[in-house]
Ligand binder design. Structure first.
Ligand code: SF4
Ligand code: SF4
Length: 200
């Protein structure tokens, strides 16, 4: 199906001698129904994922089978660091350090810093996650990584009133400061100053 959405498009239709007055009502209804079903599925899935992703203990349990392969980060089209800290030599502790940590804590869960990797990744790219699902496909131990990241992304993106991939021109929130944000910051500073002067 071809739909013209601009004058330029109309011109192309004209040159190709195609009819542009096609009946789109039925098609539109079908799309709306599919959209409704998908949104319902998403809401139901997020209800389950919320219990897996919110709270430290739940998150730890969710990623307890993670083998630290980092496949989920490697395939992610959004993960943007040229050198991932978690794959760098700095993040690879030597045997002495591991033994020292084990002694201090009375034991160690391996691989080390498993949760740090996921939390680090969430803080880096949840604003840009497009819910493509690649991370789930790449996980060898069947953790629903994409659903978890998509859930977290829905929270962080809503905070900034931003939807990744919706409009190509929208600036990434962390790169873009709105004047009213500075105003809000000013109010907070003033409030802190007032309460400080009262304390004195
Ligand atoms: S679902 Fe999100 S986190 Fe997973 S690979 Fe796609 S963009 Fe990356
Ligand atoms: S792909 Fe799966 S097992 Fe590998 S680091 Fe990601 S969550 Fe862990």
């Amino acid at each position: 199906m071809l739909i013209s959405n601009s004058e330029k498009g109309d011109k192309v239709f004209e040159n190709l001698e195609l009819k542009k007055e096609i009946e789109l009502t039925e098609w539109g209804k079908k799309i709306e129904n599919i959209k409704k079903k998908k949104l319902k599925n998403k809401d139901e899935t997020f209800k389950i994922i919320k219990t897996m992703a919110e709270g430290f203990d739940n998150l730890q349990e969710t990623f307890s089978h993670c083998i630290g392969c980092h496949n989920c980060g490697t395939v992610c089209p959004i993960c943007y660091c040229r050198q991932c800290y978690f794959d760098s030599s700095v993040s690879k502790p030597n045997a002495d350090f591991i033994m020292m940590r084990a002694k201090e804590r009375g034991g160690l869960s391996l691989p080390l810093d498993r949760l740090m990797f996921h939390i680090g990744r969430m803080s880096h790219m949840s604003l840009s996650c497009v819910s493509c699902g690649l991370c789930t496909d790449a996980c060898p131990v069947n953790i629903p990584v994409a659903k978890i990241f998509s859930y977290v992304a829905s929270q962080t993106q809503a905070t900034f009133d931003y939807k990744s991939g919706e409009n190509a021109g929208d600036p990434l929130p962390m790169k873009d400061y709105r004047l009213d944000e500075i105003g809000e910051l000013g109010k907070l500073v003033k409030k802190a100053e007032i309460s400080e002067s009262h304390n004195e």
